[in-house]
Each structure stands twice: as C-alpha cells, then as structure tokens.
Design a protein around this ligand. Sequence first.
Ligand SMILES: [Zn+2]
Length: 258
Amino acid sequence: MKIFDTHAHYDDEQYDEDREETLRLLNQGGVTHVVNCASNEKSLQTTLDLAHHHGFVYAALGIHPSDADEYTPAVEERLRRLLKDPKVLAVGEIGLDYYWAENPPKEQQQQVLLRQLELAREVKKPVILHVREAYGDMLTVLKSQQDVPGVLHSFSGSPQIAQEVLAMGYYLGIGGVATFKNAKKLPEVIRQAPLDRLLSETDAPYLTPVPHRGQRNRSDYIAWIIRAIAAFREEEEEAVAKALYANALRFFGLPQEL
Ligand SMILES: [Zn+2]
C-alpha cells in the first residue's frame, strides 16, 4: 500500500532525537509523500528545511490561527517569497480556532485567514484549513472565497456541514479520529462523502490512531485510518487506499502515477 500523508509536523520537537532515521524508515516502508505543515513563523523555515533534505517530504507554509498575532506585513512578505519554492505544495495550515481561550481574538484570526487565502489565490496553490469550534464563521469565509481550492483538515464538523463544504468543492482530511470509538459524527461524514474527496492524513505527532493511541504518531499508521474508512463505507481497503492516494496527487497538482 502506497501512503500519502497530506498533513504532518515532523519538525515538532517530539522528533528531535530521531527525526532523520524516522523519516528514512517511513520512506522505505511505503510512505511516498509527506506534506509537512508549518504553523508559526519559526516553522516556515524548519518545514522548508525538511522538504529540502528529503525528496519525499513537501511543504505547506502558513500561519496557524493560534499564532495569528505573529502575522505582520514582514511575515507576509517572507511567506510570499517562500511560497515560490518548488517544494511548497500548499498554503497551510491556516484557519480559525475558537477552542483555546488564549488564542488571538476572532476578528484577528479572520483577518489573517483572509490575507492568506488571498496569498493562495495569488500563488495558485490550495489551502490546508484548520477549523476548531468555528465552522459557522469558516463557512461564511469560504462562501466568499470559493475560487481557492482547499481541504478541511481533520474534519470534525457535522454531516450537514460536510455536505455544504463538499458542495463548494472542498476536500475532507481524515486522520486518526476515524479510529476512535468515541467519534460520533465522523463515521456518517465518511459514509456520505464521495470517495474522491477524502484525503488521508496523520497530523503527526498528534492524533495517533487506534491501536497505537498514546504513542507518537507516524505516517505509516495511515494504514489503520484507511482500514477504518473502508469499514465505514463497506468498501475494499485496497480500493480505498488507491483512491485516496490518487486524490492527494490531484489535490496538490502532482502528476498521477500509473
Ligand atoms: Zn496540524
């Protein structure tokens, strides 16, 4: 099974001890693509460094809503320049996160999101969206920005919201939560979505799937996520794996493989 991890954070300090070895082994084990997502200003460079040192690692560059207060005109200029790098596939992760009380104010998060959607339009790259307890405002933003393609990473909204964003052309990122017994809405979302709009992701080192929950996540654990998706949809694992792999190539504008 070839694995495409559309969302990971291998520049996280949890990999400081064994990052190179971990990535090398994943690549040998069938993980052919990893999109490492930046989140703050510092990780723009650490993400790009990883993409430059590993052929199978690509970059998404952007400022996460939790760090929206870092988004200055100077950071935007830097982002605009870095996005031209050939290893950068997307703008991300960007979005809205109203869960944490200490996050920047909603208005600031929305402004920073809009600026980065504008950047994505300018450089003609898709966006990787993070949404937590903010689906109402995200829908409002996306309705005015439908010309920018994107994925709602680690989708956690209701089946109704899924239908709305799918109708607007967006993809849904499915990760370890699909294997959690307490995931209530996600099985229904996975059953209803067209198979060609799902992307596989880990959010490593976070959201580790069952049966490895509690450990550090890794891209080859996507096999467990594929298994869960196939079970919910009552489809063959191998067919689901192939479809999600082709989806990721299409989403990021990479050539389809034979
Ligand atoms: Zn993430």
